[in-house]
Design a protein around this ligand. Structure first.
Ligand SMILES: Cc1cc2nc3c(=O)[nH]c(=O)nc-3n(C[C@H](O)[C@H](O)[C@H](O)COP(=O)(O)OP(=O)(O)OC[C@H]3O[C@@H](n4cnc5c(N)ncnc54)[C@H](O)[C@@H]3O)c2cc1C
Length: 386
C-alpha cells in the first residue's frame, strides 16, 4: 500500500539515513549482540549526521524539526537496516523531551548540546524491582535538603543503563503520587550501575540496574516541580507510545518482507512454500492487518504533528501494533521452518525482540485499562444515572 504522508524531502532524508545504518551500524550488529551492548561511539556518529534530537532548536545544535515523520523514518530505517538494540529514538524523543519541556533555560543550555552531539547518552529510570506498571508504588526516595535532594533507592530494567551518561530518575518526594524527576549524571557520588541484564531478545541493548546511595542531587538538577513528577510521566508517556506503535508496525513490515522473500525461494514437495494455499492466505491476512495498522499509526503521527494526539487513540495504536508484531513474527518463524529457529536467520531475533513490545512502554493490560476508561468503563467512577 502506498503511504501518502511523506513529501520528497522525507524521501531524501530516508535515503541518507538508510546509508548511515547500512554503513555505520549493520557491520557491527553481530558483535554488538555477542557483547550485549552497542559501541557508545555510534551516538557521536549519529550526532555528526544530525540524527539526534532533531526537534530541538539551533541554539542547542539541533535542527528545530518538530515534524515527527523524520523520527518515524529514522526508526523504520533502523529496524530494517540498523539494529533493534540501538535506541536513538529513546534518547531523542523519549528522554530528551523531559529536559526540553520541563528544564530551565540553564538546564537546557547545560545538557541539550551534549545530547545533540551524542557525547551525552540519555536514559529514563522509572521502574523498580517492586514497581513497574504501578509507578505510584515506587520506593526510591528523594529528600529535600535545601540546596540538594538526597536520593536513595534502586531501579531496574533501565535501557541504556550501562552506556547512559544522564538519567531522568523518578523518585518519591512525598506520599501517594508525589514524585519528582531528577537529572542524575554519570560520576555523581553514590550513583552505581549493577548488572547488564541478560535478556530473551534485544540482545545488543544494555538494560541494567541502577543504584542510588545518598546521592546528592543539586537543586539545579531537579526537573520542574518536584511534587508533580507522576503527572509529568503520565503526560510524556503518551509520546513514548507513539514511538512504540510506529516501531512495532515497522518491525511487522520487515518480518513480512523477509518472510515473503524466503517462502518464494524455499521449495518443498516440488513447489515454493509460498505457493501452498494455506501459506498464501496467511500472508494475505498479515498484509491486510499490517496495512490497516500502518494507516492508523500514520494518522497518529499527523495528529501528533498537529498537537492533538489523543491519549486513548495512541493507547489503541500501541496495543494493536504490539499484538500484531507478536502474531506476525510468530507466523513468520513458522513459515521459515527450522531456519526460523536459528539465530543466523533474522526472523529468529525479530521474534525474540517482539516479545517485550507487549510489556514495556505500558503493557497491553495497561493499554486496555486506558482504552476501557476512555469509553466510560471506569470502576473508580459511579455509573451515570439513566
Ligand atoms: C527490555 C526492557 C527495557 C525496559 N526499559 C525501561 C526503561 O528504560 N526505563 C524504565 O523505567 N523501565 C524500563 N523497563 C521496564 C518496563 O517499563 C516494565 O517492565 C513494565 O512497565 C512492566 O512493569 P513490571 O515489569 O513491574 O511488571 P508488573 O507491573 O509487575 O506487571 C505484571 C503483569 O501485570 C499486568 N498488569 C499491570 N496492570 C494491570 C491491570 N491494571 N490489570 C491487569 N493486569 C495488569 C502486566 O501487564 C503484567 O502482565 C524496561 C523493561 C524491559 C523488559
Amino acid at each position: 500500500m502506498e503511504r501518502r504522508l511523506f513529501e520528497p524531502e522525507h524521501d531524501m532524508f530516508r535515503d541518507s539515513v538508510r546509508r548511515f545504518f547500512q554503513n555505520e551500524v549493520a557491520p557491527h550488529r553481530d558483535r554488538w549482540h555477542a557483547e550485549g551492548q552497542i559501541d557508545r561511539d555510534i551516538y557521536r556518529k549519529g550526532g555528526e549526521q544530525g540524527l539526534l534530537l532533531m526537534q530541538v532548536g539551533e541554539e542547542y545544535g539541533g535542527a528545530g524539526i518538530r515534524d515527527f515523520r523524520y523520527e518515524q523514518i529514522l526508526l523504520e530505517e533502523n529496524l530494517r537496516y540498523g539494529d533493534s538494540g540501538l535506541y536513538f529514538t529513546l534518547h531523542s524523543r523519549l528522554v530528551a523531551p523531559y529536559i526540553e519541556g520541563l528544564g530551565t533555560a540553564e538546564q537546557k543550555r547545560r545538557f541539550l548540546p551534549g545530547c545533540v552531539s551524542g557525547e551525552t547518552i540519555l536514559g529514563i529510570a522509572m521502574t523498580e524491582p517492586g514497581a513497574g506498571s504501578d509507578l505510584a508504588g515506587m520506593k526510591t526516595r528523594a529528600e529535600d535538603k535545601g540546596d540538594h535532594f538526597l536520593l536513595n533507592g534502586a531501579k531496574t530494567y533501565i535501557s541504556n543503563g550501562i552506556n547512559g551518561d544522564l538519567f531522568v530518575v523518578a523518585a518519591r518526594t512525598g506520599p501517594g503520587r508525589q514524585l519528582g524527576l531528577f537529572l542524575v549524571e554519570r560520576g555523581m557520588a553514590g550513583f552505581a550501575r549493577g548488572r547488564n541484564l541478560k535478556k530473551m531478545g534485544l540482545n545488543s541493548q544494555d538494560t541494567a540496574e541502577l543504584f542510588f546511595e545518598n546521592v546528592q542531587v543539586p537543586r539545579a538538577n531537579v526537573l520542574g516541580d518536584p511534587a508533580r513528577g507522576f503527572y509529568y510521566l503520565m503526560e510524556y508517556l503518551v509520546d513514548e507510545r507513539l514511538i512504540s506503535a510506529a516501531q512495532y508496525v515497522a518491525a511487522s513490515q520487515v518480518a513480512f518482507d523477509l518472510t515473503l522473500d524466503y517462502i518464494r525461494e524455499r521449495r518443498i514437495f516440488g513447489q515454493a512454500v509460498g505457493d501452498f494455499q494455506v501459506n498464501r492466505f496467511k500472508m494475505a491476512d498479515m498484509r491486510t492487518q499490517i496495512d490497516i495498522a500502518q494507516v492508523f499509526v500514520d494518522h497518529c503521527v499527523m495528529e501528533f504533528n498537529a498537537g492533538r494526539l489523543d491519549a486513548a487513540d495512541i493507547a489503541r495504536a500501541k496495543l494493536f501494533c504490539s499484538e500484531l508484531e507478536g502474531r506476525v513474527t510468530d507466523e513468520c518463524v513458522q513459515l521459515h521452518g527450522g531456519a526460523g529457529y536459528m539465530d543466523e536467520y533474522r526472523i529468529s531475533r525479530m521474534y525474540r525482540d517482539a516479545r517485550v513490545s507487549r510489556i514495556y512502554a505500558g503493557s497491553s493490560e495497561v493499554m486496555r485499562e486506558i482504552i476501557a476508561r476512555s469509553i466510560g468503563l471506569d470502576p473508580r467512577k459511579p455509573a451515570p444515572k439513566n
